[in-house]
Design a protein around this ligand. Structure first.
Ligand code: NAP
Length: 454
C-alpha cells in the first residue's frame, strides 16, 4: 500500500500519514458494497431511517472533533468547519425521513392496476474534491443510503481525514460494514475505477469541469448514471438602487469565504456604472477588514489556500502588471497564505475574468443597464451560482430568470440550504443535489402493471 502525508496548509506541518487504497483494495471494497447492497436494500424503511438518525446523532456528538480535524487538514476557519460538520448532521437528518416516504404512484389504466416503485440503483461511487470535504461527502452519501444504495466514497487525496472519521462514525452508529466505505486514494486510481467498474451503477462527481468531462465520457461506456457538480465563475450583480453599503460590506464574504476555494464564489462583481465609484469606495475597507489569520481562532474569517500548488495556480493570475485595485492582509511565514485581492479596471478578455481562479481574487466590471448585466453574467461557460442586489422586486425576478445559473440569491450571498436543490447550468454540472429532488438521482422508476382480468 502507498501512503500519503496530509499537510496542514496553515503550518505546512504533516498532520497524518494515510494508507491509500490501490486497485485491488478498491475492487474488494466495491465487491463488498455490491454484496451488502442486497441486505441493505432489504432493511425495513423505518429501520433504515433509524440507522440514519443514529448516524446523524453520532456526527452531532462529534461536531467539534470533526471541525478541528478540518481546520488541521484543510485550513478552514473553525466557524466554517463547525457549520460543515453540522451540515453533514442536518443532511443525514433530512434524508432519514426519506426511506418511509419514497412514494411511487398509482396510475389509472384500463384492465388493471398500474403502480410505480422507486428502486435503488446498487453501488454508488462518490468522488469528493478538497474544498468542502465534509458537506460534499454528505450530499452524496446521505440521499444515496436513504434510497437503499450502498456507497463507496473517495475523498480528495489532500483532504481525507474527516471522511475517514465519518466512515468510522457510520459504523459506530450501527450501519453494517460495506454500507458506507471510505477509500482514500488517487483520483486516477480509485475514482477512475468507480467509473470503469461495472458493479458501480452511478458516480456522483464533484470537482473540476475538466475531470468531470472525463468522468462523463467514461460513464457513457456503461450508460452509467452520473451527477456532476463542477466549476463556476459566478456573478454578483449590484444595481445602483441597491443598499450599496450592505452590498459592499458583504461582497468580500461572497467570494473570499474558504479563501475563494468555493465553486459558488461570486468571483465577478458587476456594478451598474452610475454606482461604480461609490461601490468601490465602500468595498475597499470591507476587503481590507477581512480577518485572514490562524483558522483555529474563533475570530478568523479566512484561512490559507489548500496547497503550494494551489497557491501557485492562484498567483499565476497576478502577474506584475495585474490591475490590482486594492488588497487585504495575510500572515507571513509558513502556510499557503494569499491576501484577498481586487482587480479593476480589467478587460473582459482577461484570464482573471474568464477562468475559475479558485482563490481569493475577484474582478469588478461595470455594466450599463439590466440587459447588459444579464449579458455579462451569462458570458461564461459556467452557470452555478450568483447574487442580485436591488431594491426593485420586479427587476430582481427578471434578472433572476435571465441569468443562466442553478442557484441565485437576491440581496444575499447564500447558496446552499439542505432542503433546496443545488446544481449547475451549462458546464457547471448535471443533475441536482440536496432538497427533495436528489432522491430521484439515486433511484430508478419501475413501472408494474397488475391485471385485474384474470
Ligand atoms: P479535481 O481535480 O477535478 O478533483 C476532484 C476529485 O476527483 C478528487 O477527489 C480527485 O482525486 C478526483 N479525480 C481526479 N482524477 C479523476 C479521474 N480520472 N476519475 C475520477 N476521479 C478523479 O477538482 P479539485 O481541484 O479537487 O476541486 C476543485 C474543483 O471542484 C473546482 O473546479 C470547483 O469549482 C469544483 N467544485 C464544484 C462544486 C459544485 O458543487 N459544483 C463543489 C465544490 C467544488 P485526487 O484527490 O487524486 O485529485
Amino acid at each position: 500500500m502507498t501512503t500519503f502525508d496530509v499537510v496542514n496548509p496553515a503550518t505546512e506541518q504533516v498532520v497524518a500519514t494515510i494508507e491509500q487504497a490501490g486497485l485491488a483494495e478498491t475492487d474488494a471494497a466495491i465487491a463488498r458494497a455490491a454484496t451488502t447492497y442486497e441486505s441493505w436494500r432489504a432493511v425495513a424503511p423505518a429501520d433504515r431511517a433509524r440507522l440514519l438518525r443514529a448516524f446523524a446523532a453520532g456526527v452531532d456528538a462529534h461536531v467539534e472533533e470533526l471541525a478541528r480535524l478540518e481546520v488541521a487538514n484543510s485550513g478552514h476557519t473553525i466557524s466554517n468547519a463547525r457549520w460543515e460538520a453540522g451540515n453533514v448532521r442536518d443532511v443525514l437528518t433530512y434524508y432519514s425521513a426519506a426511506p418511509e416516504r419514497l412514494f411511487g404512484r398509482q396510475i389509472p389504466v384500463a384492465g388493471g392496476v398500474d403502480v410505480t416503485f422507486k428502486e435503488p440503483l446498487g453501488v454508488v461511487g462518490v468522488v469528493v474534491p478538497w474544498n468542502f470535504p465534509m458537506p460534499i461527502a454528505g450530499w452524496g452519501f446521505a440521499p444515496a443510503l436513504a434510497a437503499g444504495n450502498t456507497v463507496v466514497l473517495k475523498p480528495a487525496e489532500l483532504t481525507p481525514l474527516t471522511a475517514i472519521r465519518l466512515g468510522e462514525l457510520a459504523l459506530e452508529a450501527g450501519l453494517p460494514e460495506g454500507v458506507l466505505t471510505v477509500l482514500p486514494g488517487k483520483g486516477s486510481v480509485v475514482g477512475e475505477r468507480f467509473v470503469t467498474h461495472p458493479a458501480v451503477r452511478k458516480v456522483v462527481f464533484t470537482g473540476s469541469t475538466e475531470v468531470g468531462q472525463r468522468v462523463m465520457r467514461g460513464c457513457a461506456d456503461q450508460v452509467k448514471r452520473v451527477t456532476l457538480e463542477l466549476g463556476g465563475k459566478s456573478a454578483n450583480i449590484v444595481f445602483a438602487d441597491a443598499d450599496l453599503e450592505w452590498a459592499a460590506a458583504t461582497a468580500p464574504y461572497g467570494v473570499f469565504d474558504n479563501a475563494g476555494q468555493d465553486c459558488c464564489a461570486r468571483s465577478r462583481i458587476l456594478v451598474e456604472r452610475s454606482a461604480y465609484e461609490r461601490f468601490m469606495t465602500l468595498l475597499e475597507p470591507a476587503v481590507r477588514g477581512v480577518r485572514v489569520e490562524d483558522p483555529g481562532l474563533d475570530s478568523a474569517e479566512m484561512g490559507p489556500l489548500i496547497s503550494r500548488g494551489q497557491w501557485e495556480a492562484v498567483a499565476s493570475y497576478l502577474p506584475d502588471e495585474a490591475p490590482v485595485a486594492f488588497r487585504g492582509q495575510c500572515p507571513d511565514g509558513p502556510g499557503f497564505w494569499f491576501p484577498p485581492t481586487v482587480l479593476a479596471p480589467v478587460s473582459p478578455e482577461d484570464r482573471a475574468v474568464r477562468e475559475e481562479i479558485f482563490g481569493p481574487v475577484v474582478v469588478v466590471l461595470p455594466f450599463d443597464d439590466e440587459a447588459d448585466a444579464v449579458r455579462i453574467a451569462n458570458d461564461t461557460p459556467y452557470g452555478l451560482s450568483g447574487s442580485i442586489w436591488t431594491q426593485n422586486l420586479g427587476r430582481a425576478l427578471r434578472v433572476a430568470r435571465g441569468v443562466e445559473t442553478g442557484n441565485l440569491s437576491v440581496n444575499s450571498h447564500s447558496s446552499v440550504r439542505y432542503a433546496t436543490p443545488f446544481g449547475g447550468f451549462k458546464q457547471s454540472g448535471l443533475g441536482r443535489e440536496l432538497g427533495p429532488d436528489a432522491l430521484d438521482s439515486f433511484t430508478e422508476v419501475k413501472n408494474v402493471f397488475i391485471s385485474t382480468e384474470g
